[in-house]
Design a protein around this ligand. Structure first.
Ligand SMILES: Cc1cc2nc3c(=O)[nH]c(=O)nc-3n(C[C@H](O)[C@H](O)[C@H](O)COP(=O)(O)OP(=O)(O)OC[C@H]3O[C@@H](n4cnc5c(N)ncnc54)[C@H](O)[C@@H]3O)c2cc1C
Length: 393
């Protein structure tokens, strides 16, 4: 008689497995990025200006409110989809990737988790349909030491009056809504830090200098100036004195987004280099026939795969409600290292041509550098990881 075999439980999905809906979503974003962003990348980089038509298209495609529930006009998706969108767009243009990244992983994220019902009704429909957001924590004197911020918020009647300057604010030029971190009591240290929802139209608010940068040049990075800027009390986000918690928690998610930006960037550079290696001839054959080049292409592909698995796993952990702080820090640290290495090697595969602006790889090389700096420098990620792993987590 044949032995009856007991069936094992279905095997868990591989880390990089996507659902049918996710594959469809990713392919749609990829197609859009190829068709509508790719032709504009060089000019946007040269001019240092982001094309408004692309922002309009982001809104039309639902890419600016991916996790916002449908009842507020959003796409009702998961964090993982935001990550897929950032990766696919950054493959074509990391500047475009960060516009979508900041909107979804920082601004909408903060608004989804910390707003009152009234604030949800006032802000979520805008963020899904026509308003770019920005996240304003850093100042000239406070970067890594973010909670040493000096922007002051004083309660006067029914309003808070904000005074101070923010620096380095992504989307500063395009944004209509700002998540603004200020202190209600400088002597209280981080416990004075409070988050506000500030609109561009509020009196006393203005956008200052736009930085002229090495990379992600099309993404605006601006100073924000508040001179007796009047913010209604109803626009405190979360609780007074709890802004530090909002900043820490949103940036934890944001770091996975930067990981996705860096994986997309690395893939974009790698694809160009791999194609070029098959076309460029030296010594009577394509350079891709030399084992030295093949090994470089293989090494890069391996590193990109490893970084992507870290990004996807951290995003899945977030969607599953698990603690992902360590994984997010590791993801950003590693993906930004991979992006820099891959962009550099891709440029070398192009030889002298790679060093010119006639070919696309030098831009990826310039764009890669930011991954190690914003949303916490690599040293800050290492500090977080060390604290957690040495504490047994
Ligand atoms: C293009 C761009 C976009 C940005 N977008 C935003 C944004 O949208 N919103 C926002 O709020 N901010 C934004 N930033 C600011 C960014 O987050 C900060 O630049 C970053 O956190 C580093 O701060 P810093 O520049 O003051 O450098 P610093 O903090 O002065 O660091 C300088 C160096 O010292 C190291 N260092 C500092 N402290 C330690 C330590 N304890 N141990 C070891 N090493 C240390 C750092 O790693 C770094 O190498 C952006 C920056 C750039 C360049």
């Amino acid at each position: 008689m044949a032995e009856v075999l007991t069936q094992a439980a279905p095997a868990p999905q591989p880390l990089v497995a996507l659902t049918e809906d996710e594959v469809l979503f990713r392919d749609n974003v990829r197609q859009f990025a190829e068709k509508s962003i790719r032709p504009k990348v060089k000019e946007m980089d040269e001019k240092g200006v982001f094309d408004h038509e692309i922002i309009d298209q982001f809104f039309q495609l639902g890419l600016m409110g991916i996790e916002i529930p449908e009842q507020y006009g959003g796409a009702g998706g998961r964090f993982f989809e935001s990550i897929l969108a950032v990766e696919e767009i950054s493959r074509v243009d990391p500047s475009a990737g960060v516009v979508v990244d900041v909107q979804n992983t920082l601004v909408n994220n903060a608004l989804l988790h910390w707003t009152t019902d009234d604030q949800k009704r006032r802000y979520l429909p805008k963020m899904s349909s026509n308003t770019v957001g920005a996240y304003a924590l850093s100042e000239a004197g406070s970067g890594s030491d973010a909670f040493a911020l000096q922007t002051r918020a004083e309660l006067k009647g029914s309003e808070y009056v904000l005074n101070g300057r923010k620096m380095w604010i992504t989307n500063g030029k395009e944004a209509g809504v700002f998540i603004m971190l200020a202190t209600v009591d400088p002597s209280a240290g981080y416990k004075g830090v409070t988050a506000f929802i500030v609109e561009k139209s509020f009196s006393g608010f203005s956008v200052g200098k736009k930085e002229d940068k090495l990379g992600i040049r099309a993404s605006s990075t601006c100073e924000l100036i508040m001179e007796d800027c009047r913010v209604p009390k109803e626009n405190v986000l979360g609780e007074v004195g709890k802004g530090y918690k909002i900043a820490i928690e949103t940036l934890n998610e944001g770091r996975i987004g930067i990981g996705a930006q860096m994986v997309g960037l690395a893939r974009g550079a790698w694809e160009y280099a791999t194609k070029y290696a098959q076309e460029r001839k030296q010594f009577g054959k394509s350079i891709g026939e030399f084992q030295g080049i093949q090994f470089q292409i293989a090494q890069m592909a391996t590193e990109i795969e490893a970084a992507r698995m870290m990004v996807y796993n951290a995003a899945r952990m977030k969607d599953a409600g698990m603690n992902f702080v360590k994984e997010a820090a590791m993801t950003k640290l590693f993906a930004s290292q991979v992006a820099e290495r891959v962009a550099s090697l891709s440029l070398e595969i192009y030889g002298g041509y790679g060093f010119t602006k006639d070919y696309p790889v030098e831009k990826y090389y310039r764009d890669a550098k930011i991954g190690k700096i914003y949303e916490g420098t690599s040293n800050m990620q290492l500090q977080t990881i060390a604290k957690l792993v040495m504490g047994g987590k």
